[in-house]
Design a protein around this ligand. Structure first.
Ligand SMILES: [Zn+2]
Length: 304
């Protein structure tokens, strides 16, 4: 963890910096109450233009980092300390609102979530981390499964990580748009995700080669009705198409919703008949075959 101590200086010293600031410092409206104990510190957002006055009791009880720092002997000449923080005003306000029990402001971007989590971890504030953990399981954050998976893995939220891994199944891991999200992952988290996606393809391939489906290399098959030799090449082509599809979209929904009805490979399969014109028995029963394929996809591993 990159823990950098915010610089501390008395309010008397701050005047020397005023000439370098573009605007006069002011208090954030939510944290400008003059109430507080004698040791109430003033937090300054990054840039030094916005101050937050917050009771030291709140900081000490919600952050072991502040508890340690504010327990250190303070200088007697200045009863009020200005603590210069690395966080920008928006991040600091959100963080302080969470630990103060004030109404929360809307958060809709993962970049904000990341900033809050980074700061909360740095200052050892479990409260805001818990709030964010609940927040990311609500819209619109659920629309970003790779960001959810990243934070869930980063902070050890196992249930959320499993949920997010399932949501990623609608995406191809080799999609260029996904690669940016994958770069944020630890090696273990990335390998777990790759393994999940890969296992769905391999498991489906294995399952489609087992009864009641016809075997891939069953060259000696004959028609059960007329004993004419049969070739199951239409099934082999459809099977190959399904494996291709689940590699691109491991969720498998496009196989069931569209593929087995609309694909030319599927239509050819459902129309295939015994080559003996007198017999002409259908080689595959569309409805039960589709039902069993659905059962196979439903049984595939769904999460890390
Ligand atoms: Zn036949």
């Amino acid at each position: 963890m990159n823990l950098e101590t915010p610089s501390m200086q008395s309010s008397d010293d701050s005047e020397s910096d005023d000439t370098s600031r573009s605007q006069a410092p002011s208090f954030n409206p939510a944290f400008d109450s003059p109430d507080g104990d004698i040791g109430t510190p003033i937090l300054s957002a990054k840039g030094g233009n916005t101050f937050f006055r917050i009771h030291s009791f709140i900081l000490k009880t919600t952050s072991s980092w502040f508890r340690t720092m504010l327990s250190l002997p303070q200088g007697q000449s200045s009863p009020v300390e200005v603590i210069f923080m690395e966080e920008d005003e928006d991040t600091l306000e959100l963080l302080l609102r969470m630990i103060s029990g004030l109404p929360l402001l809307p958060i809709v971007h993962y970049d904000v979530v990341d900033k809050i989590l980074f700061a909360a971890e740095k200052y050892d504030m479990p409260g805001p981390i818990g709030v964010i953990r609940l927040l990311v399981m609500t819209p619109p954050f659920l629309d970003s499964p790779f960001r959810l998976y990243t934070v869930a893995c980063r902070y050890g939220w196992e249930e959320e990580a499993r949920f997010a891994s399932t949501q990623t199944l609608a995406h191809h891991l080799h999609d260029p748009q996904v690669r940016q999200g994958l770069r944020r992952l630890s090696t273990d988290a990335l390998l777990d995700l790759i393994s999940l996606h890969h296992s769905r393809k391999e498991s489906l391939r294995d399952r489609l080669n087992k009864p009641p489906f016809v075997a891939s290399e069953n060259a000696a098959s004959t028609c059960g009705n007329c004993n004419a030799p049969l070739d199951y090449h239409t099934w082999r082509i459809l099977k190959f198409r399904m494996i291709q599809e689940i590699e691109i979209r491991p969720l498998g929904d496009t196989i069931l919703d569209k593929g087995l009805v609309d694909w030319p490979e599927a239509k050819a399969c459902w129309l295939a008949k015994c080559p003996n014109r007198v017999c002409a028995r259908s080689l595959y029963d569309q409805e039960p075959t589709m039902r069993i394929i659905k059962e196979c996809i439903d049984e595939l591993p769904r999460s890390i």
